[in-house]
Design a binder for this molecule. Sequence first.
Ligand code: NAX
Length: 328
Amino acid sequence: MSDTMTVTVTGAAGNIGYAALFRIAAGDMLGEGIRVKLRLLDLPGAVRAAEGTAMEIEDGAFALLDSLDVYDDARAAFDGTDIALLIGSRPRSKGMERADLLSANGAIFQEQGRAIADVASDRVRVLVVGNPANTNALVAAENAPGVPGERFTALTRLDHNRAIAQLGKHTGAAARDISRVTIWGNHSATQYPDIFHARVGDRAGADIAQDRDWLENDFVPTVARRGTAIIEARGSSSAASAANAAIDHVHDWVLGTPDGDWTSVALRSHGEYGVPEGLVCSFPATSDGGDWKVVEGLDLGEFARARIDASVAELVAERDAVRELGFA
Ligand code: NAX
């Protein structure tokens, strides 16, 4: 890894961007030895706000920050970029149908995929946060000829971290003592948070999962619907926790996952666990600092299989919809 990296953040004027940018500049994402060139992208109407955020970043006087630029043009913003955090997307507005949402986002991620293929660095790594994240990542990847498919990922690390937190609350264990949790499928309410292979201190997750009532009626729905619970409580959607998860994702991708553990990453499937090839599906994965590698060979019981299949079916339907619209 070189000692300077260029990082582009889209949706830079938004809530997650605001929470992520300071931590990136502080070295939390790439480590303290790496200098950062930050490029902020937002829509023309939000550039003034992104400039305000940039002024605050300047005022952080971050030792690792080499440069800071604000753009309203994707090609300019992705020029030479090593890490692209695609946070900006079109939210669902009142009365908007699902097809309209997929269409609006298909156009955004098609354009950004093309721009990344044309102008980003040869080693570019992409994390899509903007929803529907898995399918947006699929659209970007399909429109980026020449960029290996495994460089396009979507964020399920927030769901993964939420699962660790809930498991910790239930067992009294600290987050640091919990490993090998997995989020399978889509970043949506159909996701399946899996603790059957987890370790909680010296306890096996499968043992904790014996409490089926807690597992089915508390743990799984609490993790899957946590985003909605936060909107209800805060009046706005998760921002700092989403930014934190995006930073965790890139950190582990670039610097490697801890020995003996894995994380959850939405990756293009090569057919692992029977997931149709090409879908961007969340799997257990490790990194040695290079590419993500799906953890293979985990036994999936009936409980897991049914839930994973349902979430994968939703991914297939989203893929078919963007294909029909001509974006993939
Ligand atoms: P905000 O509405 O605060 O900010 C979004 C920003 O993106 C705005 O400044 C907007 O102008 C910009 N934007 C829109 N289209 C753009 C484009 N084509 N190019 C560049 N910028 C563009 O939303 P925020 O709370 O920051 O959330 C951002 C996205 O993250 C949303 O799609 C949200 O649904 C998604 N999330 C994904 C999560 C995940 O785990 N994958 C969790 C958190 C969050 O819900």
